[in-house]
Design a protein around this ligand. Structure first.
Ligand SMILES: Nc1ncnc2c1ncn2[C@@H]1O[C@H](COP(=O)(O)OP(=O)(O)O)[C@@H](O)[C@H]1O
Ligand SMILES: [Mg+2]
Length: 403
């Protein structure tokens, strides 16, 4: 039998999606293949402290009441009964030493084998790989990925660059544009520009776009700070709100016009250098758009898998999803989201990539793969394998001039 690998599951975090992360982690802890992996849960509380569970094994074996009841909990955002919540409540503080445990492969020799074998230490634990089950700021944006790079550890998902590019709606759009991918028209403004000359900013937006427009902080997620402005009167408050969350504001042409709302289509992408797209799914928000409440608090939104689309549109969307993944230099996984005109020309626009999408067993990303033929447990295994593969590939790099 091959040796079991030790995988750290990092969850919680400082972002507004802390609770979603607890639920995703609980699902993963329940489903991960224990024949292949030993699991080390590592929690980050809302204050940013890192915690490990003294009685991690007990927590994980807890079964019954420690398991998440995803549907209800996801909506309610209630973490109380998840193992993750208990690690946070009872875990011991841990220090993080972002140092590679062994010299990097390049410092040793050119041996590829050594790279695969490289253990790394994190939070005082020796780990073969980490699955950051973190969403949003400090989890999905390249910051923690930078820490894993310093620690020389394999990790699930995109690297520093892809994670931060995927988080920044302004930079993401530049990469999409360069790859000639279809997007709605938009204007990017600095918060400073909006505050210095509001009239000029409004004139600039109105010259480029027609109401309704969507106003967003460039970096965030979960629809926090996003509003739909139907007219000039609603524009200024929308910009003020977004300006609370980021120094860059993105204002977009609303899809669907004044009377109807956009169709929201989502594709799961999996892979490293040869990424594959899942079937297409559709979210039908219970509200005027898919805002925070529709995502997490109300029960009114529904998912349709596969989405009702023509063969040609399905193919186009799947191809665009892979192209978006490549354009942002992503790896491992991403959920790629689209907006489609509900009538008229039914044009399709790329909306965004999510590099660490919701990952409970009933979240869209795993459900899309399930519908494509990869079950939840197998998906987790595949993601860990992709993390190791990417790490091994990267370990071939030499970081200083060879003699
Ligand atoms: N240009 C747009 N036209 C129509 N609806 C939009 C547009 N941009 C965003 N929305 C709505 O707002 C939601 C959140 O926007 P999104 O850019 O996906 O932000 P987040 O990163 O927070 O998920 C979308 O799921 C959609 O319902
Ligand atoms: Mg979104």
């Amino acid at each position: 039998m091959t040796k079991k690998l030790r995988v750290g599951i990092v969850f919680g975090g400082r972002s507004g999606e802390h609770e979603v992360s607890l639920l995703s982690a609980a699902s993963i802890l329940q489903a991960i293949d224990r024949k292949k992996y030993d699991v080390a849960p590592i929690g980050i509380n809302k204050a940013g402290h890192w915690l490990i569970a003294g009685a991690a094994q007990g927590l994980l074996e807890g079964g019954g009441e420690s398991g998440p009841k995803p549907e209800k909990k996801l909506r309610a955002g209630d973490p109380a009964a998840t193992p993750g919540a208990r690690v946070l409540a009872e875990g011991q503080p841990t220090l993080l030493a972002p140092e590679p445990e062994k010299p990097s492969a390049s410092a040793l020799t050119k041996s590829d084998a050594a790279a695969l074998d490289s253990h790394a230490a994190l939070g005082g634990q020796s780990l073969d790989a980490v699955f950051p089950v973190l969403h949003g700021t400090f989890g999905e944006d390249g910051t923690i990925q930078g820490l894993f790079e310093l620690a020389g550890i394999a990790y699930v998902g995109s690297g520093v660059l892809g994670s931060s590019a995927g988080m920044d709606k302004d930079v993401m759009k530049r990469l999409f544009a360069q790859a000639k991918l279809p997007m709605v028209k938009h204007v990017t403004l600095l918060r400073a520009e909006w505050e210095r000359s509001p009239r000029k900013a409004i004139a600039q937006i109105e010259a480029a776009l027609q109401y309704p427009v969507f106003v967003k902080p460039a970096n965030l997620g979960s629809s926090v700070g996003i509003s739909k402005a139907h007219n000039r009167k609603e524009l200024a408050p929308a910009l003020d709100l977004a300006a609370k969350y980021d120094r860059k504001l993105v204002i977009e042409q609303g899809v669907g016009g004044k009377r109807s709302k956009a169709r929201e289509l989502e594709v799961a992408v999996l892979g490293n250098d040869d990424p594959k797209a899942s079937v297409v799914g559709e979210i039908i928000p219970g509200k005027e758009f898919y805002d925070y409440e529709a995502k997490y608090l109300s029960e009114g939104s529904a998912a349709v898998i596969p989405a009702k689309l023509s063969k040609a549109d399905t193919k186009l969307i799947r191809d665009l999803a892979v192209a978006a993944f490549r354009a942002c230099d992503l790896s491992g996984l991403a959920r790629v989201d689209f907006l489609m005109e509900p009538d008229g020309k039914q044009r399709i626009f790329l909306n965004e990539v999510n590099t660490l999408p919701g990952f409970t067993s009933i979240s869209m990303y795993p459900k899309l793969w399930e519908a494509t033929g990869i079950g939840y447990k197998e998906l987790i295994t595949r993601l860990i394998e992709l993390a190791l593969e990417r790490h091994a590939e990267k370990s071939r790099n030499t970081y200083s001039r060879e003699e």
